[in-house]
Ligand binder design. Structure first.
Ligand code: HEM
Ligand code: HEM
Length: 229
């Protein structure tokens, strides 16, 4: 007699059906596991050079040029296990809060105001601007890495952590950005007179602050590429 009970897959079992080396290609979507082995669009378990078989792609569909209707043609071979489903639901709920697009606005705003206030200080000689710039620097240092971590989370959830050129650039520039803003913060904290003295070091410090603007723009540019293309 045929077993009518759906097969339950946990994540590591699903991972085995990656479509490579003759293995079947299974993908999970909203708790159901589909067999896409026969599709020419899933050859060797790779789809559009972006997605892999053997994983839960529920969140990834938002980036697809098609909707979930495509899946209807394929056989359902089982379901994701309850435990994995509730973990996934929690992660997805977090992801749906869109933390990354919310948080990125903070380092973007601070990166522009930090050098701007320093500049105003150099021309106006009013110490309040230099102190305000230092406050912005502190906030930029706090919010920059938090934004980067939220982006990392989105990448893992929606793009299965696939290291495309765009994400290599985002990770690389996030690290450079964090190193530069942390250097400016440490330098200014250890030497509060840094800008006041107007020596060569003051101008090197200012150049470092100004470099935050192109860096944050590059990060935004690659972010826009992910969202709008
Ligand atoms: C950026 C991401 C994606 C791109 C660019 C993409 C692109 C495509 C294209 C061009 C097709 C062929 C359309 C056609 O036959 O009219 C297709 C089919 C399909 N896609 Fe995607 N897709 C993406 C993400 C996904 C995801 C996340 C899933 C699964 C949840 C998925 C599942 C499918 C399925 C099942 C088919 C049908 C294959 C067939 O008919 O043989 N796709 N996709
Ligand atoms: C401080 C560093 C970062 C900044 C300033 C930044 C900036 C941005 C911006 C402006 C967007 C477009 C948002 C929109 O238009 O809705 C974006 C999107 C995105 N970024 Fe970043 N990004 C940073 C780091 C990262 C990192 C390290 C990753 C992952 C490795 C990442 C992954 C993403 C993803 C996946 C999106 C698409 C939106 C989403 O799914 O949440 N970002 N980013």
């Amino acid at each position: 007699m045929r077993d009518k009970q759906p097969r339950h897959f946990n994540i590591s079992e699903l991972n085995e059906y990656d479509g490579k080396e003759g293995r079947p290609a299974y993908i999970a979507y909203k708790g159901k596991v589909y067999d896409v082995s026969d599709s020419k669009f899933w050859k060797n378990g790779v789809h559009s050079g972006l997605h892999s078989a053997g994983i839960d792609l529920t969140e990834s569909i938002v980036n697809a040029p098609h909707n979930e209707e495509m899946l209807k043609r394929f056989r359902i071979v089982g379901e994701l296990s309850e435990k994995d489903m509730s973990r996934k639901k929690l992660v997805n709920r977090l992801e749906r809060m869109h933390l990354h697009p919310i948080l990125v606005h903070f380092p973007i705003a601070y990166s522009i105001t930090i050098p701007l206030l320093s500049f105003i200080y150099l021309f106006s000689h009013k110490a309040a601007f230099e102190i305000a710039s230092y406050f912005m620097l502190t906030l930029g240092l706090l919010t920059g890495p938090i934004s980067a971590v939220s982006g990392f989370f989105s990448w893992k959830v929606k793009f299965e952590g696939r290291l495309t050129k765009t994400f290599v650039m985002k990770i690389r520039y996030s690290i450079i950005f964090t190193v530069i803003i942390a250097t400016c913060f440490a330098w200014r904290t250890l030497n509060p007179e840094l800008l006041l003295t107007r020596t060569t070091l003051s101008y090197i410090y200012l150049i470092l602050e100004i470099s935050l603007i192109p860096l944050i723009m590059i990060l935004g540019h690659y972010g826009g590429k992910i969202v709008y293309s």
